[in-house]
Design a protein around this ligand. Structure first.
Ligand code: PLP
Length: 422
């Protein structure tokens, strides 16, 4: 059969004949991933099984509502996928309730605001320039426009969360909700301390675990689930699932949060993505994944030590997680220059503001690096030490005389450990 409907799942040959332009782009992106080092801390390489679920006919189904309570007929099959995913999430995280429908991490956060906050009410969260997130009340985000956002930061001496400041601000402003978590926090977060302050002022505690939930799933770091009213996260970072969002919560908040995801903030769920999240949760419950999560941290620590030896100062002195923030002021290079120089040598990382950064965010005095993707490729601490020296050579090379040689070493390193088979 040659009709498009003959194929039930991914069919690359069909794509190549129908749309050679997009087919070429997909191959080029696979080659880009295979042909360099991906050190963006929020990225990973999801599995072929997850990609198969993502490329499935479940994309076709309208399933507004939740399993057993849909606004459309014909949902009996997709109900099974979502129910399996919910059960897997509850078991993996020891949570009362789970919702797999948020389209993204930002959408999961949006639902939490919808469930608990009215416009004009106060939230307390980590400031963006100190490692928080846009959706935690930044001025350019709806969360900063619709709510009264108060921000705590890191202490200038330890460069770790300033818990005293957080408590003082909570008592002064009596926020409706306190948020912890962020996009550039290398250290473990003291969830018990946040819970205590939330209880003192009667606030909801939301933990945005987008970055580190995979480390929690792999039991490599402590879980926020026992402490938080609600934990939101993305499924595509260390967790290694499809691009998307999710939340788990205490049973008392289950109904309010489900209603906030749908119908308050979203329409029909992406059932192919829900099924792919279920696959990722199954993978994340294995001993192999737990070993992966531990290796991600060991690799981040080895990479950080290597970069420190190159003269890049680790903010907060190091890392307990999958990411590190490096202050480049000591080597006289800006974050933007470092990103460009490393990128030219096929090492993909991002410039990042450091706490109390004297440079504007578009330039930044630091870089952020993470090890989820390279660890998925099978790299270890010895590889990380080599990568640190390659980054040092590329970044401390203003005229690019080292670029080609470093790129060759990168290619040699990744040749035996491709992200995706060709
Ligand atoms: C990545 C991230 C998000 C947003 O996730 P998207 O899927 O990009 O919307 C939210 N919060 C934190 C802390 C993140 O790191």
């Amino acid at each position: 059969m040659t009709s498009a409907s003959a194929s039930w799942g991914p069919d690359f040959a069909a794509l190549e004949s129908v749309d050679p332009d997009i087919a070429r782009i997909l191959l080029a992106e696979r080659d880009r991933l295979n042909d360099g080092l991906q050190l963006i801390a929020s990225e990973n390489f999801t599995s072929p099984s997850v990609l198969a679920a993502l490329g499935s006919t479940l994309s076709n189904k309208y399933a507004e509502g939740y399993p057993g309570k849909r606004y459309y007929g014909g949902c009996e099959v997709v109900d099974e996928a979502e129910s399996l995913g919910i059960e897997r999430a509850k078991t993996l995280f020891g949570a009362d309730h789970a919702n797999l429908q948020p389209h993204s991490g930002a959408n999961a956060n949006l639902a939490v605001y919808g469930a608990f906050m009215k416009p004009g009410e106060t939230l307390l969260a980590m400031s963006l320039p100190h490692g928080g997130h846009l959706t935690h009340g930044a001025k350019v985000s709806f969360t900063g426009k619709w709510f009264n956002a108060v921000h705590y930061g890191v202490s200038a001496t330890t460069e770790d969360i300033d818990y005293d400041q957080m408590r003082d601000l909570a008592h002064e402003h009596r926020p409706k909700m306190i948020i912890c978590g962020g996009s550039a926090i290398p250290r473990l977060i003291d969830f018990a301390a946040f819970r205590a302050v939330a209880d003192e002022v009667g606030a909801i505690l939301m933990v945005d675990a987008a970055h580190f939930i995979g480390l929690v799933a792999g039991k490599a770091i402590p879980s926020p689930v026992p402490y938080a009213d609600v934990v939101t996260f993305t499924t595509h970072k260390v967790l290694r699932g499809p691009r998307g969002g999710m939340l788990v919560c205490k049973s008392e908040h289950a109904a309010a949060l489900d209603k906030a995801v749908f119908p308050m903030m979203q329409g029909g769920p992406l059932m192919h993505a829900v099924a792919a999240k279920a696959v990722a949760l199954k993978e994340a419950a294995t001993p192999e994944y737990a070993a992966y999560a531990r290796q991600v941290i060991a690799n981040a620590q080895a990479l950080t030590e290597g970069l420190a030896a190159e003269g890049m100062r680790p903010v907060s002195g190091g890392t307990d997680t999958h990411l590190a923030l490096l202050d480049l002021q000591g080597i006289g290079v800006t974050g933007a220059e470092a990103e460009a120089r490393a990128g030219a040598a096929r090492i993909v990382l991002n410039k990042n503001a450091i706490p109390y950064d004297p440079a504007p965010p578009s330039v930044a005095s630091g870089i952020r690096v993470g090890t989820p993707a390279t660890t998925t490729q099978g790299m270890d601490e010895a590889d990380m030490r080599l990568i640190a020296s390659l980054i040092g050579r590329a970044v401390k090379d203003p005229n690019g005389s080292q670029t080609a040689a470093v790129a060759d070493e990168v290619r040699a390193l990744v040749a035996n450990k491709p992200a995706y088979a060709s």
